[in-house]
Design a protein around this ligand. Structure first.
Ligand SMILES: [Zn+2]
Length: 335
């Protein structure tokens, strides 16, 4: 996974980025789905700007694959880039090229605007009928090839629901690392912070934890591997020879909140990209490869699995997962 790419489930109108992309129709005057949501959240200013563009530049509507920018009105983003995706049963042998153009032209427009971050919805996969699996590869490859030319911009793929996000990840990422974290913070937790370490791993952060380790060794590892020491030990926190964050609170939830605020981690969790037990990056794995190891109930109800190659554990999104996600969402909301 390219380090500048983030994949998540969210409401795109609330993304705190320089520009969000609108899967518009060629009229630019609003519509259903993401388009409607963006116009509603941004307000009348966007519609006004679109009308002006229609009048001055595209009297017949914005052509498929092209992109234009307007204000984002009342939203947190500065701009909305409107692009028109192909209608799958009308694009003949041009479908792929047109869908690629949507992503590339949006990125070029963002670049011209000086943006360092952009959020994309899934383009054309709604009522325009583009098969989601095919669209996933086209979207990801287009963005990746753009980034590989050396443009420094954070690209977020925002999905409306969890299933679509997982499907996308599965398509582009099968049997490769799930890791999608853009921040490079790495931690090492002292022996009092095992539960915190577990939750940081759940959030996707590389976090070492040894139940019995001396302070000096902790400091050696931290310096060697560029890790931040997390500790409730005031004495350790005052050592000058290592990066240390002292965590006052006793409760894991409060500790997490302190940490998230301190390092501005709120936007960056990539839940379940790392093994909770051994901290190794997880891989997506096909169900048929591990089906023999699954309990009957799991076999029946789950189709998406992740696997830890280091300790051989299999993860799926059952009750346990749901509870942890609920806890995490609570923490992030309160941070
Ligand atoms: Zn593991």
């Amino acid at each position: 996974m390219h380090p500048n790419i983030i994949i998540k489930t969210a409401d795109i109108t609330k993304e705190n980025v320089c520009t969000i992309v609108n899967a518009a129709n060629s009229s630019l005057l609003g519509g259903g789905g993401v388009d409607g949501a963006i116009h509603r959240a941004g307000g009348f200013e966007i519609l006004e700007a679109c009308r002006t563009i229609r009048k001055n530049k595209y009297p017949d509507g914005l052509p498929t694959g092209e992109a234009v920018a307007t204000t984002a009105g009342n939203m947190d983003a500065k701009y909305v880039i409107h692009t028109v995706g192909p209608v799958y049963n009308q694009c003949g042998n041009q479908c792929k090229t047109l869908l690629e153009s949507c992503y590339i032209n949006s990125l070029k427009t963002a670049q011209e605007l000086g943006c360092k971050s952009i959020a994309f919805p899934a383009i054309s996969t709604g009522i325009y009928g583009y098969p989601k699996e095919e669209a996933a590869h086209i979207a990801y490859d287009a963005v990746k090839s753009f980034l590989e030319k050396g443009y420094d911009i954070e690209v977020r793929f925002i999905f409306h629901n969890h299933d679509d996000k997982e499907r996308f990840k599965k398509e582009i990422n099968l049997e490769t690392e799930v890791e999608t974290q853009s921040l490079n913070y790495k931690f090492i937790a002292d022996c009092h912070l095992g539960k915190l370490a577990k939750y940081l791993r759940i959030m996707g952060f590389d976090t070492l934890f040894f139940p019995h380790i001396e302070d000096d060794k902790l400091i050696i590892i931290a310096n060697k591997e560029n890790r931040i020491i997390l500790t409730r030990d005031r004495e350790l926190s005052q050592r000058k020879n290592a990066p240390v964050l002292f965590l006052e609170p006793i409760e894991t939830k409060e500790q997490l909140k302190t940490l998230i605020d301190y390092y501005h981690l709120k936007e960056h969790p990539v839940p379940f990209s790392r093994c909770i037990v051994c901290n190794s990056p997880l891989q997506v794995i096909k169900k048929e490869k591990i089906i023999d190891r699954l309990p009957e109930k799991v076999k029946k109800h789950f189709n998406y699995f992740e696997y830890c190659p280091a300790c051989d554990r299999i993860y799926w999104q059952g009750d346990h997962y749901r509870h942890m996600m609920e806890f995490l969402e609570q923490v992030l909301n309160e941070s």
